[in-house]
Design a binder for this molecule. Structure first.
Ligand code: PAF
Length: 288
């Protein structure tokens, strides 16, 4: 089977996409930073249900990493990524260089509030979402896809991108795809490869505690009591906990965790966690 083709310039990308769209085909974009796993392939498969053509961008975006976060540590596995996308029958890889994305004198950043300022990831990575939103906005205007797919694993990112696409009339429909998990419940992530075998086992605590808290809240336990117990268990397992929060699923605004589930459950709720084990920071979330 021939390998999925690669384009590296915006001009070449636009030529392919506009050719498909003029022939009446819908185009889906799956933005990635490579190091692809089953979660990314699920985005490609979901794209197939909505579009005839799938473009996958692979670009390790430097502007979403803070100086303290090691950009050079981010896994780069391009040959393996291409093989996986060939198997998944993606139609095109867009793999631009850094100067193609950020030419000399680049001076524009998307400014965000709303879900990007919810006090979750933004509180610990203040430059992250401006970097994500700017590169995603560029990818949308470069590719001009009909729709784009993002994993629910990065739930705050999904809400940020959804709001941005609506607020800036980017003309791209955003589709969120459920998190793909290992059989034992660990959310798939390119960062899981950094876990030692012991940390990998400990990492299961995150999903289990979230599930336990969600079940208790649904059964009528005061949310704050359930959250406190889960926070205690996560820290006790050896994690440095950044947050475990119950939020409005759409806006990510805080909810009153001292009130009963019946009064909270008038809107969808989301439980979100971020915690580090050793040198690896993990995030996860579930619906409540
Ligand atoms: O989720 C990611 O991999 C990245 O944040 C994204 C959306 C590709 C932007 O660089």
């Amino acid at each position: 089977m021939p390998q999925v083709p690669i384009v590296r310039t915006v001009k070449a990308l636009r030529a392919r996409v506009s050719g498909w769209q003029s022939a009446g085909e819908r185009v889906a974009l799956v933005p990635t930073m490579g190091a692809l796993h089953a979660g990314h392939i699920a985005l490609v498969m979901a794209g197939r249900r909505h579009a005839q053509r799938i473009v996958v961008s692979i670009f390790v975006n430097p502007t979403q990493f803070a100086p303290s976060e090691d950009l050079s540590r981010y896994p780069r596995t391009f040959a393996a990524d291409r093989a996986k996308l060939t198997d998944a029958r993606a139609d095109l890889i867009f793999a631009p260089t850094v100067p193609e994305m950020y030419p000399d004198g680049f001076a524009t950043t998307v400014s965000l509030t709303g879900p990007a300022a919810a006090g979750l990831e933004d509180a610990f990575r203040p430059t992250h979402f401006p970097g994500v939103a700017t590169v995603v906005c560029k990818l949308f205007t470069q590719c001009r896809p009909d729709l784009a797919l993002f994993g629910e694993k990065d739930y705050q990112q999904l809400q940020v991108v959804t709001h941005m696409a609506r607020d800036l009339d980017l003309g791209v429909r955003i589709i969120g795809v459920p998190t793909v998990r290992e059989p034992d419940g660990l959310a798939m992530s390119s960062r899981n490869r950094f876990l030692t075998p012991v940390e990998r086992q400990t990492a299961l605590v995150l999903h289990r505690q979230m599930q336990g808290a969600a079940t208790a809240i649904r059964a009528g336990t005061e949310p704050e009591t359930a959250l406190s117990a889960a926070r205690f268990a996560i820290a006790g397992a050896g994690f440095a906990l950044d947050y475990l929060e119950l939020r409005d699923a759409g806006t990510l605004a805080p909810v009153n965790t001292k009130s009963g589930f019946a009064s909270l459950a008038t809107r969808p709720l989301r439980l979100l966690v971020a915690a580090s084990i050793g040198t690896t920071r993990l995030i996860d979330n579930i619906g409540v």
